[in-house]
Ligand binder design. Sequence first.
Ligand SMILES: Cc1cc2nc3c(=O)[nH]c(=O)nc-3n(C[C@H](O)[C@H](O)[C@H](O)COP(=O)(O)O)c2cc1C
Length: 161
Amino acid sequence: MISSNDLQQAMAKFATGVTVIGSLETNGTVHGMTANALTSVSLEPPMVLVCIARDNVSYSNIAQRGRFGISVLKAQQEGAAQYYGRDRWERVGDVAVEWQLKEGGSPRIKDSLMFLECRVVARHDHGDHGIFVAEVEETATELGQPLIFYDSQFRDMGNAK
Ligand SMILES: Cc1cc2nc3c(=O)[nH]c(=O)nc-3n(C[C@H](O)[C@H](O)[C@H](O)COP(=O)(O)O)c2cc1C
């Protein structure tokens, strides 16, 4: 059997965009988590899935509230990706991120390239992660260039056309 490190190294060759998943804690505090495991699932009805480690704060927030927001980051929002990609106790210093709370209770990072407001319809736990399947209740897009994650590094689109 391969190791988790083998899979991480292999998946590093799969270039993705970068999101921050926003959820609410029981006391109403907004919590962010950098994630690239986002896939669209269905168009009718509109559904996506995200995969979240089961010991993450975000996993319990979303399991409890049944709602979350997905903010896809612009290239210049790398600071948010770095900050929310660390465990809570390693999030030192401030990050220049402004959150907006949507009516349904899904937090969005202001000025993100794209936003999905999500309501959980199913959860499937496999291994150390949980798959949250969610219906998308609202979308928003802006002009801009995406932040890319490839070979374990944040990048921009370079000269891509
Ligand atoms: C580029 C990048 C992508 C990530 N993608 C995921 C992901 O899809 N799912 C996940 O559970 N953690 C992912 N992580 C790790 C979490 O962001 C990190 O463990 C987080 O601080 C823990 O979440 P929590 O604050 O909810 O406990 C990613 C980290 C980075 C830097």
